[in-house]
Write a protein that binds this ligand. Structure first.
Ligand code: ARG
Length: 230
């Protein structure tokens, strides 16, 4: 291996998609969030070093990983069988369900997905939320795909969109600081993992062991406390 001993071999370049609070967002021009702190803590447990963060749209992350522009995705990305056909994941680091958000005090009354039939519904392009709308509601709703959930939340606030489907912890966060509220939550049992290319077993094992190490050291709880106040 000609590269052995070359320090660059140990640098892994992380990619994320901000606008997904509190997992990754820009605050005063700085990239911050649960996933940012967690991946940094996890990599500090390994022999790897983290390169500079690349910020992309969510649906550009997987192609960027596959073509080698980034080496790891930390973007609250759910481990799914479909994604595992082309990329690999670390052990899970967070569990989440989905919520439906509506305008605070608006006229949309919804308690289950079927109640969204006939309405204008949005989600972020390439997300599991988008997949659920497609599978469960299909043509029964007027669907719009957004590059970023922040854009969808703004349309909800303006009343130009009826509802969005979004990961529950992120929906709770937007409901806390925007004019939107959680209409209902439904169980999906999703688990987030750090994504890597297939065949990168060394990085995969290092990340999984790093997750375990930060869970055992109490650092995982500290990071959770910082971003979720739990
Ligand atoms: N957990 C969902 C998924 O994997 C949504 C992730 C969106 N992440 C983001 N950084 N915008 O599809």
């Amino acid at each position: 291996d000609a590269g052995a001993g070359d320090e660059d071999d140990n640098v892994i370049v992380p990619g994320t998609a901000p606008g997904f609070e509190p997992f990754q967002m820009n605050v005063d021009g700085e990239l911050v969030g649960f996933d940012i702190d967690l991946l940094e803590a996890v990599v500090a447990e390994t022999d790897y070093e983290l390169g500079d963060w690349e910020e992309l749209e969510f649906d550009s992350l997987q192609p960027a990983l596959e073509n080698g522009n980034i080496d790891v995705i930390a973007a609250a990305m759910t481990i799914t069988e479909e994604r595992q056909e082309s990329i690999a994941f670390s052990e899970p680091y967070y569990s989440a369900d989905q919520s439906v958000l509506v305008q605070t005090g608006g006229d949309v009354q919804a308690e289950e997905l079927e109640d969204l039939e006939g309405l204008e519904v949005g989600a972020q392009s390439g997300t599991t939320g988008e997949g659920i709308v497609d599978e469960e509601l299909g043509d029964a709703v007027d669907y719009t795909s957004y590059d970023n959930y922040v854009l969808a939340v703004e349309e909800l606030e303006r009343g130009t969109l009826d509802a969005i489907v979004i990961d529950e912890p992120v929906g709770d966060s937007f409901a806390g600081d925007r004019d939107v509220e959680v209409a209902f939550t439904f169980e999906t049992g999703e688990e987030y993992g750090f994504a890597i290319r297939q065949g990168e077993e060394e990085i995969q094992d290092a990340l999984s062991e790093g997750i375990e190490a930060v869970e055992e050291s109490g650092e995982y709880d500290e990071i959770t406390q910082e971003w979720f106040g739990e």
